[in-house]
Design a protein around this ligand. Sequence first.
Ligand code: ATP
Ligand code: MG
Length: 661
Amino acid sequence: MLAPQGVTMSDAIESLLKENRRFEPPAEFAKEARVTSREAYEALYRESVDDPDTFWRRESEALVFRTPWTKTLEWNLPHARWFLGATLNVSESCLDRHLSTPVANKTALLWEGENGDTRKLTYAELHRQTVLLASALKQLGIEKGDRVAIYMGMIPEVAVAMLACARIGAVHTVVFGGFSADALRDRIQDSQAKLVITQDGASRRGQIVPLKNTVDRALEQPEAKSATKTIVFRHFGSERCTVDMKEGRDLWWDDVLASVTTECAPEVVDAEHPLFILYTSGSTGKPKGVLHTSAGYLVGAHVTTKYVFDLRDSDIYWCTADVGWVTGHSYLVYGPLSNGATCFMYEGAPNYPDWGRFWSMVERHKITILYTAPTAIRACMRQGDAWPAKHDLSSLRLLGTVGEPINPEAWIWYHHTIGRGRCPIVDTWWQTETGSIMLTTLPGAAASKPGSTGLPLFGVVLDVVTPKGEAVGPNEGGLLVLRKPWPSMARTLWGDDERFRQSYFNTIEGCYFTGDGARRDEDGYMWVVGRIDDVLNVAGHRIGTAELESALVSHPAVAEAAAVGRPDDLKGTALVVFVSLRPGFSADQALRDQLGEHVAKEIGRFARPDVIRFADSLPKTRSGKIMRRLLKDVAAGRESTGDTSTLEDFGVLAKLRQDED
Ligand code: ATP
Ligand code: MG
């Protein structure tokens, strides 16, 4: 059996988090919630596990199936097939089904550009655009099963592009618009995409990011030769953003839409027809091309959006994630649109022109649900309370977080300063591979505990086990695994089924291994303590990175922290932490001593870091996650040999290395 690095341990991970604050659902919220008690949640959960057929049939009633399924699941480890016999077209559930209802004229996408421009697209308009683009793609020779790369910014047309692919049964692969030409080339090559949909440029901090130029540089390379056509949406005028259009290869979006002669009917596909390929964030290694299919994925995204965000018809829902990440797929496009929600979409930087931007948008657009990531919460927290204090945030009724463990201090800040103590927080744990949210506390149904990702969602059967696969007791740390298949699970890694098996199914027999470490408390709540590969072994104690980092972030001087181990002749592993400070604190020896004492007090003397390094910022993936594997290299004073294509800012890494000398 192949054990990933760090899983060879015989002892379990010690979990030391002493967080014991609890926040009951606000009474006002609970009264109206979809699920109003822990018992009601338990009953639904039990049904989803014991009688999945009844559960999923009822919960997916709103979705459009051309033919219903005849068999719920076929499980041939590591391959699951869900809802066998069903046929559908995913875009019908997201668009067509609303046309005969009042939702047709409801705003589907409410967009704001960085310069303050706004646009609104109703469901009927989004449908129209999608049908036109889908017809155009067909006319260009794109067929069912062909791959189409989408390299765009956060504008409504990116949703149109995704849905148009779904409509003709083409498989989209959205590549985050911040990626380089080489990263785009690699993804085109891996997926063998035939066509690239892009735009002239996108706004970022007052500048224009020239997306089409980057596509040109990717397509010049022989590795990307599968892509022989592009469709370019004009987001700016030609005076603001010039693009080279290559004759015979590049087409303007408006021209191709104008040339559409036939209206294509939605391509009805099998439940297991591929919907998209999405490359993972690359926090832990080379990105993996995760494949999701039609029915299971749609059902997962639809049902979780409805329950986790407790969606109401009147909500203005804002998921801040870029569509280039899975969160943007499931909770900006497929989940909310299949529920007929109004989605807010923002193109631009969170701190442009200043750190009040998010809160000003919440106020102006009366946003009711905000779903964002710990990295954004910590960044805002670092800027102080004055920014949110300037705005009326009373429209908010629910807050969410995803992407990394949220440090309890950041949770408390989010709760008090943004939610003003009124809004439940849903801390949602899931992965690109899981397709939809797996763990959270349903708002209204169960209390939240800062730093805990709560309880399993419907159909999710998980466990915390030793490396040998034995279940551990309450509050004992171990490996987080899923014991049963769930509808929106990844079906394979594109073109590399063997890596799929190796990455997820070869560690713990019969289970999907998540790569994360966790513990379950006496109440059944899950606490994700970090990546198993990052678990720190300090003087015989095993500590998750999340716990040590959260202890540091609970000190008033610390905005963000990352903990890694460094090989040490004497101790085996020395503990190195990288810390960025809140404004007004000076990075000196006195503060170092204080922080060391603070960790000793919060966790224990053994966890006192050997080295505390101050940093302006920490290296992150482009989706905002701390890349500990690079910090490990910095701490050990060695070059990074792993894949760095998803690193957000090479300057941060260079600066850390320079500070070393
Ligand atoms: P790669 O798999 O390429 O290394 P990645 O794991 O960062 O990248 P994603 O699929 O975007 O790519 O992220 C999933 C991971 O993010 C989870 O395995 C977990 O480590 C972390 N994560 C996501 N949400 C939460 C959360 N609410 N609490 C704690 N950790 C989370
Ligand atoms: Mg991962």
